[in-house]
Write a protein that binds this ligand. Structure first.
Ligand code: GAL
Length: 362
C-alpha cells in the first residue's frame, strides 16, 4: 500500500468534483488526480437510504482527495458480482461494498485479494470469505431491540396489559443483518409471547417463515394481505414488528385496504427502520408508529475514514473485534448507535440534527 497522506493534503484544497457516467453504469466522481480511486458498490437505487449512502460516501471520499466509482446493483446479486469484478479490473485502490447477497461475492473478493485491493463491508457483512478486511455498520441487534421496546411501551406490556395480537416480519434472507434485527427484537418480545400477553395468531414465528426477499415492500404487502384474509377475519391485529420502512409502508397499505385506520378500527403499532422520508411523514400523520434512525452521514464518514487509513497504512479506528463473525473470521468492526424515532422525538432527532428540513417533512 502507498503512503498518500502528503499528496492528499496537497491536493485537498484544489479538489473539484465532476460527475460523469462511467462505463459500468455508475457515477465517476473526480477529485484530485493523485488520491487514488475507490470503488463503491451499493445494493439498490429503489430505496432512498442507499441513495443517501452513495452521495455521502462519494462526498466524504472526495473531501479526502479520492476519486470514486459508485455502482448500484439494482438488487440483482449477479449484476453486483459483475460490477465488483469490473471495478477490480479497472484497478481501484479499495472497495467499499454493501452486498445484495451476503455470499455471492466470494469469488470476486478472491480476485480483489489477489490484486491487493482492500475490502470494507459496508452496513451488511459479507460472509464466507477471509477477503473482507473491515466492517462498518450500526449495532444491528440494538435496532431490533429498539423496535421491540417501542411495541412493549405502546402496548403497556410491562404493566401487564394484554393479550394482544402481533405479527412478525423480517428482512431479506440473504442479508446478514436480518437475523441480528430479528434476534434483537425477539430477545425482548419472547417473554411476552411466553406469558401470552402477545399472541402470533398466524403461528408464523420462525425466521424462515417471515422473511421478505430483498426487503421488498409489495412482497410484505402481499404477505400481510394474506394474513389479514386468513387469520384476522374476526380478530384484530394490534402490533406488527416490521424491520424496515419500505416493508412498513407495504404492511400499512394492506392494513388500510382491509379497513384499518379509522376511529373504529385504528392501525396497529408498526415499527420500521431507516427514517426514510415516506415513513417519517407517515409517523407525523399518525400511521407508522416508529422507525429506527441510523445517521447515514456517520456511516459514510466512518467508511471513508477507514478507506483513507487503510491506504495510508494505518489501522482504522475500531470499536468491535468480536461480534461479527462471517463464518471464516471475526471481522474487525466499527459499530454506530441507532436511535428510536417516533412522533415525540422526530423533530429533535431528525430536524434539529439537520438530517431533514421542516420543509421536507411537510
Ligand atoms: C439492511 C439495512 C437496513 C435497511 C435494509 C433494506 O441491510 O441494514 O438499514 O436499509 O437493509 O435496505
Amino acid at each position: 500500500m502507498r503512503n498518500r497522506r502528503a499528496v492528499l493534503a496537497a491536493i485537498a484544497g484544489a479538489a473539484s468534483l465532476a460527475l460523469t457516467v462511467s462505463a459500468c453504469g455508475g457515477e465517476t466522481s473526480e477529485a484530485g488526480s493523485e488520491g487514488g480511486t475507490i470503488g463503491v458498490a451499493l445494493p439498490t437505487r429503489a430505496s432512498e437510504r442507499w441513495l443517501t449512502d452513495g452521495k455521502s460516501v462519494v462526498e466524504d471520499l472526495r473531501d479526502k482527495g479520492y476519486k470514486t466509482e459508485l455502482v448500484y446493483g439494482d438488487d440483482d446479486p449477479k449484476a453486483q458480482v459483475s460490477q465488483v469484478e469490473k471495478l477490480i479490473k479497472q484497478g481501484v485502490d479499495a472497495l467499499i461494498i454493501a452486498a445484495i447477497d451476503n455470499k455471492s461475492l466470494n469469488g470476486a473478493l478472491r480476485q480483489a485479494a489477489e490484486a491487493g485491493i482492500p475490502v470494507i463491508s459496508y452496513d451488511r457483512l459479507i460472509l464466507g470469505t477471509k477477503n473482507v478486511d473491515y466492517y462498518v455498520s450500526f449495532d444491528n441487534e440494538q435496532v431490533g431491540r429498539l423496535q421491540a421496546l417501542h411495541i412493549i411501551d405502546e402496548l403497556g406490556l410491562e404493566d401487564g396489559k394484554g393479550p394482544f395480537n402481533i405479527e412478525l416480519f423480517a428482512g431479506s434472507p440473504d442479508d446478514n443483518n436480518t437475523k441480528y434485527f430479528f434476534d434483537g427484537a425477539m430477545h425482548l418480545l419472547q417473554p411476552y409471547l411466553d406469558s401470552e400477553q402477545l399472541v402470533v395468531r398466524s403461528g408464523q414465528t420462525e425466521l424462515d417463515e417471515i422473511t421478505t426477499l430483498r426487503w421488498d415492500g409489495p412482497t410484505a404487502q402481499k404477505r400481510m394481505n394474506g394474513l389479514l384474509d386468513e387469520t384476522y377475519r374476526t380478530e384484530t391485529v394490534d402490533a406488527v414488528l416490521s424491520p424496515y420502512d419500505g416493508i412498513s409502508i407495504g404492511i400499512l397499505s394492506a392494513l388500510k385496504s382491509h379497513g384499518y385506520g379509522t376511529a373504529g378500527e385504528p392501525l396497529p403499532v408498526i415499527t420500521g427502520q431507516d427514517a426514510e422520508l415516506a415513513s417519517v411523514k407517515s409517523i407525523i400523520a399518525g400511521e407508522q408508529s416508529q422507525t429506527v434512525y441510523k445517521d447515514l452521514r456517520q456511516l459514510a464518514g466512518v467508511a471513508a475514514d477507514m478507506a483513507d487509513d487503510i491506504l495510508n497504512d494505518k489501522t482504522p479506528e475500531l470499536n468491535n473485534r468480536r461480534s461479527y463473525n462471517n463464518g471464516v473470521k471475526a471481522v474487525p468492526a466499527y459499530l454506530l448507535q441507532p436511535m428510536s424515532v417516533d412522533k415525540t422525538n422526530y423533530e429533535y432527532l431528525l430536524v434539529a440534527s439537520g438530517y431533514y428540513t421542516e420543509a421536507e417533512l411537510k
